[in-house]
Design a protein around this ligand. Structure first.
Ligand SMILES: Nc1nc2c(ncn2[C@@H]2O[C@H](COP(=O)(O)OP(=O)(O)OP(=O)(O)O)[C@@H](O)[C@H]2O)c(=O)[nH]1
Ligand SMILES: [Mg+2]
Length: 199
């Protein structure tokens, strides 16, 4: 893989977890943030494209990740695993705190180069998926849309699902759209190409 000439993807580790900007790393390393509904597959995406089983924790229990988790990739890139939205069993207060934390990071973080916005290829994007995409477009934050869990629908239906997702998001055709599966390890090269092109 071409990216392996540039960085050793095996040299990856959790650097720190932060609740607010006073805890963010202080340097110039470019960051790639992962955003999406709880359970969409953000942590799995990180593990899969790094070829690791359990670097970013994954769970069948949604709503687990409450902090911004910064992963150091070979001292050249960081992945930032953002807590998922849309988990029902969260109080109004927690939801507000979440919103503040995410907004503070996404809008003001100078290290941020691109947001990988994950949606489930199987379903029409939720209101919150649409809001996230619109938010990123509004603030002119570069975005790559990754449609996860492609293994759960037959290949012959991918086009139809892609069209459904794009329509609901009011997708900007100049953005990248990647069909992905952590189970079948599909879309990895395309994801790396798109990410590295933004950095
Ligand atoms: N079939 C299939 N399952 C997946 C895929 N990606 C993730 N999963 C499963 O979906 C569940 C949630 O995945 P996570 O990666 O923990 O999701 P997350 O977005 O990090 O969730 P939060 O941390 O709660 O926001 C786990 O049971 C994963 O094994 C995929 O591509 N295909
Ligand atoms: Mg997670």
């Amino acid at each position: 893989m071409a990216e392996e000439n540039l960085l050793n993807t095996h040299n990856a580790a959790l650097l720190l977890s932060a609740a607010n900007k006073s805890h963010y790393p202080q340097d110039d390393i470019p960051e790639v943030a992962l955003a999406g509904r709880s359970n969409v597959g953000k942590s799995s995406f990180i593990n899969t494209i790094l070829g690791r089983k359990n670097l970013a924790r994954t769970s069948a229990k949604p709503g687990k990740t409450q902090l911004l988790n910064f992963f150091n990739i070979d001292d050249k890139i960081r992945f930032v695993d953002v807590p998922g939205y849309g988990y029902a069993k969260v109080s109004k207060t927690e939801r507000a705190r979440w919103g503040k934390m995410i907004e503070e990071y996404l809008v003001n973080r100078e290290n941020l180069r691109v947001v990988v916005s994950l949606v489930d290829l199987r379903h029409e994007p939720s209101g919150e998926d649409v809001q996230m995409y619109e938010f990123l477009k509004y603030y002119e934050i570069p975005v790559i849309v990754v449609a996860t869990k492609a293994d759960k629908i037959p290949r012959g239906k991918w086009n139809k699902h892609e069209a459904m997702v794009k329509k609901k998001l009011n997708f900007d055709s100049s953005d990248q759209f990647i069909i992905f599966s952590s189970v079948n390890r599909l879309g990895i090269d395309q994801a790396w190409d798109s990410i590295l092109a933004m950095i």
